[in-house]
Each structure stands twice: as C-alpha cells, then as structure tokens.
Design a protein around this ligand. Structure first.
Ligand code: SF4
Length: 162
C-alpha cells in the first residue's frame, strides 16, 4: 500500500481544532506583523523539562500547533516571538536577555508554566533571579505545572488569531 493510499484510508490523526478564539478579553493585541503567523524561539531559563515535554506535545502530529500558524525556529533573528519556560536561573539570565535582544521588534513574549509566570516551585531559590515576568516584559502567560498542550495551543492562538 502506498503512503498516499494509507493517508486516504486512515484520515486526519490530529486532535480536532477548537473554534478560533474570539473573546477580546482572552485575545492578545498582537504587535504589527505578528497576526496569522508566529515564529518562536524557545529559551529554557531553568525548567525541570516538564514544560518542554508539553510544548513538544503541542507541536506533535497529535495537537499540531503549526496548523494555527505557529512554528519554532532555531535562530532568534528568524523569530518574531520568544517562548520561555522555567524560572530564570543566574546562569540563564544573560542568555535570556541576549536572545530577547536578538529578536527583531515588534515581538511577543510568551511565558509557559508556573515557574515562568511567577517562579512556581522554585521561587526564592538561591540560584534563581526570578520568574520570566520579573526579568522581561511578558505579553502572554500560560499558567500550569505544566500546562497541557491544549492550554499552550489555546494561548498561542490568542496571538495568531487562527
Ligand atoms: S511549571 Fe512545573 S513542569 Fe514547568 S518547569 Fe516549572 S516545575 Fe517544571
């Protein structure tokens, strides 16, 4: 059986898409040029990797975040947004600032997980500078420890509007 026949027989495997976010209270006013398509550079500021697993799930074939116009790119210079996870450790403080400053304006910053939003379980730790929101301006917060792929995608869709 060819792969095209198999695709025809099996059909779409991704989770069905929920309706496009329309509630203005939950929708981010995107910086110019970001609507519809969002290229993100990810920075792990000091995560336990739980949030990374969920982000990987969000971009997997099952949840398929790319169908909503979001992609993860390798270089901050190719990005128009930053997705950050974990508390900001002393070792990752400067790399986080360097990455943010390498992303052209306008840009959007998305903090994923309780650690990034408010320090979570690691707040006040000796190696911790603070949450992502303590260090750089954050546009979108995705709470949870960790947030599910569906919650991450819902937040990303408030930026792309798709
Ligand atoms: S929010 Fe939870 S899962 Fe995410 S980095 Fe912090 S401790 Fe790990």
């Amino acid at each position: 059986m060819s792969w095209t026949s198999k695709i025809r027989r099996v059909g779409r495997m991704a989770e069905p898409a929920t309706p496009t976010p329309t509630n203005p209270a939950n929708t981010v006013e995107p910086p110019t040029g970001v609507t519809g398509s969002l290229q993100l550079r990810h920075v792990d500021c000091g995560s336990c990797n739980g949030c990374e697993l969920e982000i990987a799930g969000a971009f997997s074939a099952v949840y398929d975040a790319e169908q909503f116009g979001v992609r993860v790119v390798a270089s901050p210079r190719h990005a128009d947004g930053l997705i950050a996870t974990g508390v900001v450790t002393r070792n990752m403080h400067q790399p986080l600032l360097n990455t943010l400053n390498s992303i052209p304006q306008p840009r959007v910053v998305i903090a994923v997980g309780d650690c990034a939003v408010d320090g979570g379980a690691f707040a006040g730790g000796y190696a911790v500078v603070g949450s992502v929101a303590d260090v750089i301006p954050v546009d979108v917060r995705v709470p949870g420890c960790p947030p599910s792929p569906a919650e991450i995608i819902a937040a990303l869709r408030t930026v792309t509007g798709r």
